[in-house]
Design a binder for this molecule. Structure first.
Ligand SMILES: NC(=O)c1ccc[n+]([C@@H]2O[C@H](COP(=O)([O-])OP(=O)(O)OC[C@H]3O[C@@H](n4cnc5c(N)ncnc54)[C@H](O)[C@@H]3O)[C@@H](O)[C@H]2O)c1
Length: 401
């Protein structure tokens, strides 16, 4: 039996995502590899019972162990509070964990040969890294009711600085945004760690021709951090490109992919959805949170797939895509194996990824993929049927070791 002795933090989740999570563990992981799991139940009921302490403990555990894997979880709103009879609208676990690790989220699509990207030139994954602090997400804004002056003012013990934003002669609107050097620096460091890990080039785009101070600061901090790691990057053959954001968008469309696209907060919000739909289903989109000091938390980018869960509860068959969750597990196993230098565990994870792709390439796939597949299969596989088809191929592949 393959064994990884150092711990991996597992965070269980909700609804249909939790059902496929259980099936993946029971059928594709635990029979073949012995893991030292530190388990945290982040299911909504347990978060409610523990007053969300379980999320804080899980984040702390990732800090200690360095590697975590997380199932999708419900972020409660008023409707969910009623549905699950919760004490309150608990905060999104992802936001809590991201704050504690001070990490950046990278989204990477899984590419399958018979599911071609909508953009014909894309051959390799385009990974989007989104800075997740500040800008319009922490803005202060105002309606201007009449003529008057809007000012930007900074006050400290030493000085007061004032800039006129606009002299209004009629009603309008005004907004102030901010960012923090340390946060930008941590973002750049996480991007560099990720690029070194994956062996991909880094592209960064901003609008520093227009925003010379704000966007210019992002450009400068990024380039300082790149300079600091210049030797590591050169040894891995990784290039850094800074572009205007409009040029970056055009270059991404024309490229073959295979790069990390580091985006400011708003750009990342918009572009990650464009890239995700360009590559097919949410069920193929993986996500990893990387902290500036090199801690990794893997997950699927999709949510708990609520609609499928309601069908499941009625006893109806479902066809939920488990690929991104499988890749979350293989990502965590590969990372643990790499840190601990356990070759056969890494090989196991790569084998599981390979047989998952081969299963789809053989024409067996879940419903969400059928419309994108070339050729289109006659039928789609049900959730368990698909996982069992992967298991069969996994057993055959492991026999050949
Ligand atoms: N990372 C996370 O934990 C995370 C992310 C997003 C949403 N959520 C939570 O998930 C719940 C549902 O949210 P939502 O409906 O907006 O997002 P969702 O990702 O669950 O579903 C969005 C759409 O994509 C489809 N889809 C997603 N994953 C799929 C898969 N693996 N196979 C087949 N189809 C798939 C769904 O059927 C649905 O039509 C909410 O409570 C939300 O808070 C959690």
């Amino acid at each position: 039996m393959i064994r990884l002795t150092n711990p991996i933090v597992e965070m269980d989740g909700d609804e249909m995502a939790r059902i496929i999570w259980g099936l993946i563990k029971e059928r594709l992981i635990f029979p073949y590899i012995e893991l030292n799991i530190r388990y945290f139940d982040l299911g909504i009921k347990n978060r409610d019972i523990t007053e969300d302490m379980v999320t804080l403990e899980a984040a702390q555990a990732i800090k200690e162990c360095g590697v975590g894997v997380k199932c999708a979880t419900i972020t409660p709103n008023a409707m969910r509070v009623k549905e699950y009879n919760l004490k309150k609208e608990w905060k999104s676990p992802n936001a809590t964990i991201r704050e504690i690790l001070d990490g950046t989220v990278f989204r990477k699509p899984v590419l399958v040969r018979n599911i071609p990207p909508l953009v014909r030139r894309w051959k390799k994954p385009i990974i989007v890294g989104r800075h997740a602090y500040g800008d319009i997400y922490k803005s202060v804004e105002m309606k201007v009711p009449s003529s008057g002056v809007a000012e930007l003012r900074f006050i400290s013990q030493e000085r007061i600085e004032t800039e006129v934003i606009h002299r209004f002669h009629a009603p309008g609107i005004v907004m102030a945004i901010h960012n923090i050097d340390d946060s930008i620096r941590n973002f750049a460091r996480s991007c560099i760690n990720y690029a070194l890990d994956e062996g991909v080039d880094i592209w960064f785009g901003a609008k520093d021709t227009i925003s010379k101070i704000y966007h210019g600061r992002f450009r400068d901090i990024f380039s300082e951090e790149i300079q600091l790691r210049e030797k590591d990057l050169r040894e891995r053959g990784i290039n850094y490109r800074y572009m205007l954001i409009d040029d970056a968008v055009a270059q991404v469309m024309k490229s073959e992919g295979g790069m990390l696209w580091a985006c400011m907060n708003y750009d990342g919000d918009v572009m990650s959805d464009m890239i995700a739909s360009g590559f097919g289903s949410l069920g193929l989109m993986t996500s990893v949170l990387v902290s500036p000091d090199g801690k990794f938390e893997y997950e699927a980018a999709h949510g708990t797939v609520t609609r499928h869960y309601y069908e499941y509860l009625k006893g109806n068959p479902t066809s939920t895509n488990p690929v991104a969750s499988i890749f979350a597990w293989t990502g965590a196993i590969k990372k643990r194996a790499e840190i601990d230098k356990v070759e056969d565990a890494k090989r196991f994870a790569l084998t599981l990824e390979d047989v998952t792709l081969k299963t789809i390439e053989s024409g067996i796939m879940t419903k969400d993929l059928v419309d994108f597949a070339e050729p289109r299969p006659d039928r789609f596989a049900l959730t368990e049927e698909f996982i069992d088809a992967i298991k069969l191929r996994l057993e055959n592949a492991l026999k050949e070791w």
